[in-house]
Design a protein around this ligand. Sequence first.
Ligand code: GDP
Length: 420
Amino acid sequence: SENRTMHINADKSPLQVFVRAKKKINDIYVEIEEYVAETTTFINALHAEAEIVDKAERELFESYVLKVAGIREVLARDHMKVAFFGRTSNGKSSVINAMLREKILPSGIGHTTNCFCQVEGSDSSEAYLMKEGSEEKLNVVNIKQLANALCQEKLSESSLVRIFWPRERCNLLRDDVVFVDSPGVDVSANLDDWIDNHCLNADVFVLVLNAESTMTRAEKQFFHTVSQKLSKPNIFILNNRWDASANEPESQESVRSQHTERCIDFLTKELKVTNEKEAAERVFFVSAREALQARIEEAKGNSPSQGAIAEGFHARYFEFQDFERKFEECISKSAVQTKFEKHSSRGKTLSGDMRSMLDNIYERITIFRNLKLDQKTLLSERIQGTETEMMNVTREMKLKIHNMVEEVEQKVSKALNEEI
Ligand code: GDP
């Protein structure tokens, strides 16, 4: 029943917005692909039968087949990407693990990873990892081994290790969310390379701060650079290790409001990526370690509060879940917009091009036919018959494509409007 609850909840997840939109756009492309294949057969036949379609046109049409296949391939790989930043030991790996509900990434002293780690879903039932530039699938038996693999390797700091984790073990992975953990912003000198190599296609950025200290210059600088390269990146700020504030209840409120104000100012006045109202929905006070422990208890069938570290567990756990909800809404919306709008406008252009090409062919056949009719005496009945047939078929094809273009336009706008 644990599994069932997980699935019922998953279907209410805002991530489904992305999952559904992806399916719809894919279905539309399946249709376009069918039309293109049918039209290609027709064009090739025309080319073989008469000189109405020339070689260049035929080749052009075949390039549409490749284009459609190319778009479908990109579409199949499209996912939602979230990248985590902050100083080492602020709890980036712990946040990711808590969201994945399992200890996947190694965390803690001595396990500082000095490269990028990406966790993504895989259809295989075994976890494995792949290093950049290699196709070899390395088995991951346990966390310790994974940690060693990450530490011992002399990996350059902007290289990427991809961890493939069974989709069936986590809803976020099942729904195509990809997590990227970064080396601490304090240990790197190559922020620019990082951003270019790993961040430009992220839909959401999460800055993990330590609530026990203030935001550092390095942490700020990183996001200044990001926002110069990307227009209005979606940034969430987690003030982590909030469990520590339970030790000082008298100053808890003032610390919280001070941090909140600074974070909001950073997003609105410094980076200018959002307004006050939205920024207030992007700043959270959480304990990642506690949230992870709570989830591990839950998976064992225990009460999540058994994972509590300090007084005030319920409020912190609630805030973590609130963050997850807002994060899911934001990432799916952003990914639908940035990824699928491009595909649908390309789909429209493509079908529009095919339409004008067929219109053109049709027109040529008409002229050709009238010309031949003028020289009626020269034509045998058989040839006349063939041409009439050809015209009918072309007219039919033309209508089909016209209808397809309209259908594609309607479906695409509908799919996008429904989801956004
Ligand atoms: P990273 O270097 O940013 O990935 O940080 P890690 O996730 O590896 O965390 C560093 C250490 O801090 C680990 O020992 C974690 O268990 C601990 N830690 C992470 N988040 C919290 C938290 O919210 N509260 C407490 N008390 N410890 C935490």
